[in-house]
Design a protein around this ligand. Structure first.
Ligand code: G6P
Length: 367
């Protein structure tokens, strides 16, 4: 049957709003809620022997890989290399004997990612793929298929595939940690409980839709927008900037909040909105102090956070978006929503072709 927009104006909007459902759907095949355990498909290789993981992807899928690196390294203490697929083969990567190479792709067809997969296969690596299209070439060529259950994604700018990728990757990282003896049953149970909260938290994040829509006219006139984040939420700054570029055609850059002082701070003035992604947790204070450096230079700030006393932290900001209180593990999933909605509403305000932005393709099958 043809896929319909239903009550939505665009496929992208529909796909943003589907996230609570499709993330729940995806998690169902990776978690055993009653046992509070991670449950993966049959794996034919010995995870405890994997000492290095190579993750390769493009675009939004690459940002999912960046988040996953934090999770694999912090839970399982397995070092992770990540690469843009278009760069990977050309740096003559060192591939350890018995290594695991993981490819992340919505379509399962992106030419650069597929070429990297074949390169790794020829080099004797075990191939795992996180893909949304189970009949895709990458799915067929993998040793281990880890599907996302986002359903067909029509909007060219990826949204629901990203949050579903994160759901699978969090479960996979926890599974590695368990197999490597780095995570106790009690810790696993806790991780599973946090992941199971994600769909409800995504719903709460979506409740800010009207508020974010009201901000769109303030962002739309900007020529440049800066996004800041730290730790596992730094990739969200990159993803927020990518979404805005893709569909609103406003130049945007994502930066690690602490790195701003080494360059981008020179750009800050009243004309440059700065979107600060600052979930409560170990990085909050530092990110807020970077935000104050922006404020001192007249920058217009949108603070996205769940921190207690947000009104105080957000004094002098153009706007604050109060996120539901979530565990840092699921923050990258939940904070995807406000950055997607902001890009979406700015693009609608500008009247661009949201689902089919100029010069972009849903699946890039040339290298
Ligand atoms: C294109 C799409 C992006 C996507 C990227 C990677 O550039 O416009 O939305 O993130 O390809 O696609 P993949 O299917 O490999 O995830």
């Amino acid at each position: 049957a043809a896929i319909e927009k239903g009550p939505y104006q665009h496929f992208m909007q529909k796909e943003i709003f589907e996230q609570p459902t499709v993330v729940a759907q995806t998690l169902r095949s990776y978690l055993r809620p009653l046992e509070r355990q991670v449950a993966l498909p049959q794996i034919d290789f010995d995870i405890s022997a994997v000492n290095r993981i190579t993750i390769v992807a493009c675009g939004t899928s690459y940002y999912a890989a960046m988040v996953a690196k934090y999770w694999f390294e912090s839970f399982a203490r397995v070092p992770v290399d990540i690469d843009f697929a278009s760069e990977f083969r050309y740096r003559d990567p060192i591939l350890p004997a018995g290594g695991l190479a993981l490819f992340i792709s919505q379509s399962g067809e992106t030419a650069d990612t597929l070429a990297a997969l074949r390169h790794c296969k020829a080099a004797g690596q075990t191939i795992a793929v996180v893909v949304n299209v189970p009949t895709s070439t990458m799915a067929r060529e993998a040793d281990l298929l880890l599907p996302t259950h986002a359903g067909p994604e029509i909007g060219v700018a990826s949204t629901k595939a990203f949050t579903c990728q994160l759901a699978v990757l969090a479960a996979l990282a926890a599974h590695f940690a368990v197999k490597k003896g780095r995570m106790s049953a009690a810790e696993e149970a806790e991780i599973v409980a946090h992941l199971m909260e994600a769909p409800a938290s995504l719903n709460l994040a979506l409740e800010h839709d009207d508020e974010i829509k009201a901000m769109a006219p303030l962002i739309a006139p900007a020529r440049d927008v800066l996004y800041l984040g730290r730790g596992p939420d730094f990739p969200l700054a990159l993803e927020g900037a990518l979404k805005l570029k893709e569909i609103s055609y406003i130049h945007a850059e994502g930066y690690a909040a602490g790195e701003m002082k080494h360059g981008p701070i020179a750009l800050i003035d009243e004309a440059v909105p700065v979107i600060v992604i600052a979930p409560s947790g170990p990085h909050f204070e530092k990110t807020v102090s970077n935000m104050q450096e922006v404020r001192a230079r007249g920058g217009k700030i949108v603070l996205i956070s769940d921190a207690e006393g947000l009104a105080e932290a957000g004094a002098g900001c153009l706007a604050t978006i109060e996120m539901p209180r979530v565990h840092p593990l699921i923050a990258p999933l939940v904070y995807a929503v406000p950055v997607q909605l902001l890009a979406y509403h700015v693009a609608c305000f500008k009247g661009t072709d949201v689902d089919q932005p100029r010069n972009l393709a849903k699946s890039v099958t040339v290298e």
